[in-house]
Structures are given as structure tokens and as C-alpha cells.
Design a protein around this ligand. Sequence first.
Ligand code: SAM
Length: 266
Amino acid sequence: MQKKLVKIKPKKSLGQNFLIDKNILKKISNIANITNQNTIVEIGPGKGNLTEFLLMRNPSKLFVIEKDEKLSIFLQNKFKKRIIILNRDILEFEDSDIFTHKTFVFGNLPYNISSQILLKFIINQNNFKYEKLIFMFQKELAERIIAKVNSKHYGRLSIISGWKFDIKKIIDIKPNCFQPKPKVESSLLIFENKKNYDKSFNPANLEKITRIFFNQKRKKIKKPLNLIFKNNLEILKKLNLNQDLRPQNLKPETFFKITKEFEKLI
Ligand code: SAM
């Protein structure tokens, strides 16, 4: 019987820019020290270009989560039983069973939802376990994630990601390594869980607090503090803060303290 060919036309709405540079694909698959004890989850495998390289590392299991039904059928034909295909939307994905502390999560992420995906793995950290995240972002977003206090790109994502992870930038990747070519450069980041980090508050509240502050990025901190706390002057005093500072001047630890004060109210 002749096999039916599935024609794949990249969908812009799903951020489908497929990585085609074999050297980069190999480099990504070799980043983490994967053994046959580890499970891999790949988010948005596309046509399986990275999946092929990840399989060469012989993980105990390889799950892929792909929203596009056509691509899921394509992957089924290509890999048969060598991988487990979940034709689902990662943002609605709830099955935490496939994630264990020995899981490596890879993804050349769809750019329009990449920060939401990263936040999902941080905020749901008690359900979604993993050893490392290896994610590709638009270069500009990657810069925001790794930015330090008092710098231009510092903000919500730097504070929340830096709370839980040690983050390393591995490489920048040029548009011509993809098909179709995106307009901007990409960067690959690796996220490792910190051994010690402050677990005394809920990261969803840290997200809430930093969102309020950085929505008013240019305003002095008095304004967002006023929105959150009735006793904002007391909080300023208690945390020893100068009300003329702006959100970009506050260290991550200060946002942790503000989150804890906020949690006393709820
Ligand atoms: N990993 C492939 C590669 O590097 O060639 C494809 C990467 S492409 C940038 C992003 C992939 O994520 C596409 O395959 C797209 O269909 C998939 N995708 C987009 N939104 C998704 C979602 N909400 N849940 C799961 N997959 C999604």
C-alpha cells in the first residue's frame, strides 16, 4: 500500500520556524548529560528535527507535546513507537505524571507564548518536576530573562526566573538556521534548579506583584506600593526603601519581601 504523504505548510500562528542547522541541533541535544535513566519531554517538536537528535541520546522515554494535529500525524509516521506523541496544547497541559525530577524539558518554543510556557514551569513547580529546562527564545526575550538589577532589560521575567534557577546562555542562533527564517535572532538558555532558594512564598504571588510594579516601570515605587498596600508608608519603612526608587532599582530579594508582605494580607 502506498503511504499517504502529509504536506506541511508552516503555520505562522503556531510560531512554526523549524530549526534545520544540523550542527546546532547536535549541540542542543548534547548540552545536558542525558542517560538512559532520564526522560525527555520536548515541547513543540515540529517536524521532529531536534527529536531525532534527542533520540540518539537514548533517554528512557521521549514524550513530545505538539498542538498541531497535522504535525502530530507526521511525527507518528516518522517515529512510530520510538516516541510518545501528545497532540495537546502545552498551556492547557495538566498531566504532571510525565514530569519527574529526572526529566529534561527541551523546546524551541513558539515565540508568541514562550514566556507563558516558562512561567507555567515556574509557577507549577510543585506539579511539574524536572531536572533542567533547555529552551530557545527570541534573543530579546532571553536578554530580559537573564538581565540583572538596574539594567535596561531587568523586569518580571528576570526576577521570577532568577528566583528559582541558575540560568546560562549557551548560544545565539542566526535566522538562517531556521526554515522559514524568522525576522530576529534566537538564544538558547539552560535553566537549572537552584539548590537553595526562598520557598516561603507562592511564586504565583511573586508574578502578580512584579506584574503590578513593571506595568508602571517608569513610575516611582510609591505608586505600585500604594496600589497593593493600604499601609504603603509603613511597608516602605519596614523594608527600608526609598520611595523615589523605580522598579528597575529594586533587587529580586526586595520583591520577595514585598510578596511576603502581600501574602500576609490574603
Ligand atoms: N522544535 C521544532 C524545531 O526546532 O524545528 C519546531 C519549533 S517551532 C519554533 C514551535 C513548535 O511549537 C511548532 O511545531 C508548533 O506547532 C508548536 N506549538 C505552537 N504552539 C503550541 C502549543 N500551545 N502547545 C504545543 N505546541 C505548540
